[in-house]
Design a protein around this ligand. Structure first.
Ligand SMILES: *Cc1c(COP(=O)(O)O)cnc(C)c1O
Length: 377
């Protein structure tokens, strides 16, 4: 007798669609039998990890037979100094996605809702639905006549908060749009959100923002105890494979999140690599500089092809083709260039490209130029 397990799953899980990751290089090699592929699809650091991080991770493998430090003591101490914050205000995650999931499990559930913007990061609906909570999705800013086209509209987010709202998710800068919110806008927003509603400020791309645009989220934590700031080692630190990120919040919320946190959610190699990477401030600066120049080069090259991009303060650009972009995505794949289609974000006319090395950026622009001449407009 075969059971229909789809109907046995809890309602929230029945409503889920899996996260769509960027296509791995190995998979494209297998699919098309081609080599020398470049992947500009997952907002990874083209310089990879710092050598200090790599050495630390390798050294940690000597102790692979032991469980990791389940409290991440050493890394939390280091982050406490780095952010001038108490160690009991830091929650470590298996990637910052894990931190988002912990927030959802603490503050969302049936009868509660999460509020976030249209075109916001895809993990917010997943962690919300998985715990049976409702979604309230705010209209984004318009595409035309807006300084931040398709960016977060904080007014429309505020208008959706009701007495059942447990969490508001705000990404700054946002993925996949690259749009951002300034310090003053964030402060006014936090002042307007009811104090019992948890606000997650997802700062996965924080280091890539121009210094004069960055909010002082550390100072905001002292003022707003409902704030959870998330950061990751996956992006500018180049440690995406190891899965490590963290949240900064008040000690009480951190304590709640630690109750639902999986024991040993951070492996020893990741903990060690994160420590090493925090030491290598040069690697971070070099990565940011490479991104700043690469972003300019890409914007220029893409506009020269007659296409427009959304403004970005991150390490990627979303390109507007003004028509369905799946065919262009496919043709780029055949040229060995992996970018990210955005149909799963309800942006079928866009492709997202991560800033690569100067060589990768040029290869992408050349391939795109070729593909556009071959594609019927
Ligand atoms: C990449 C990304 C993350 C981080 O994911 P990790 O789990 O830390 O690898 C979080 N938020 C946004 C908006 C992202 O784009």
């Amino acid at each position: 007798m075969s059971v229909d397990f789809n109907s046995r799953a809890v309602v929230g899980v029945q409503g889920l669609t899996p996260y769509v990751p960027g296509k791995p290089v190995d998979e494209l090699e297998r699919d098309l039998g081609i080599t020398s592929i470049i992947k500009l699809a997952s907002n990874e650091n083209p310089l990879g990890a710092s050598p200090l991080a790599q050495q630390a991770a390798l050294a940690a493998l000597n102790d692979a037979g032991r469980y990791p430090d389940g409290n991440g003591f050493a890394l939390r101490q280091k982050l406490a100094v780095h952010h001038a914050i108490a160690a009991d205000q830091i929650v470590l995650g298996n990637g910052s996605n894990d931190v988002l999931d912990m927030v959802a499990r603490c503050f969302l559930g049936p009868g509660r809702n999460a509020v976030f913007s249209e075109y916001a990061f895809a993990v917010y609906p997943i962690v919300t639905r998985a715990v049976g909570a409702g979604l309230r999705i705010a209209d984004a800013l318009p595409r035309e006549d807006s300084e931040q086209p398709l960016g977060h509209d904080l007014e429309s987010i505020l208008a959706l908060i009701d007495q059942n709202t447990g969490v508001v998710f705000v990404a700054n800068p946002n993925n996949p749009t690259g749009t951002w919110l300034g310090a003053e806008a964030i402060r006014q927003f936090l002042e307007a959100v009811p104090p019992q509603v948890v606000v997650v400020l997802d700062e996965a791309y924080f280091e890539y923002m121009s210094p004069e645009l960055r909010p002082n989220s550390r100072a905001l934590l002292d003022e707003f105890s409902n704030l959870v700031v998330t950061r990751t080692f996956s992006k500018v630190h180049g440690l995406a494979a190891l899965r490590i990120g963290y949240g900064l919040t008040c000690a009480q919320i951190a304590g709640l999140m630690n109750r639902v946190r999986q024991p040993f959610n951070n492996n020893s190699a990741a903990l060690a690599a994160a420590m090493g990477s925090l030491e290598d401030t040069d690697h971070v600066s070099r990565s940011v500089e490479l991104n700043t120049s690469g972003l300019l080069e890409l914007v220029d090259g893409i506009q020269n092809l007659g296409l427009s991009v959304l403004p970005s303060q991150a390490n990627f650009l979303s390109i507007d083709f003004g028509r369905e972009a799946q065919g262009i995505f496919q043709s780029l794949l055949e040229a060995g260039v992996i970018v990210r289609p955005l149909a799963s974000y309800a942006m079928p006319n866009y492709l997202r490209v991560t800033v690569g090395t100067p060589d990768e950026n040029r290869r992408f622009l050349n391939s795109l130029a070729t593909v556009l001449t071959q594609e019927p407009a």
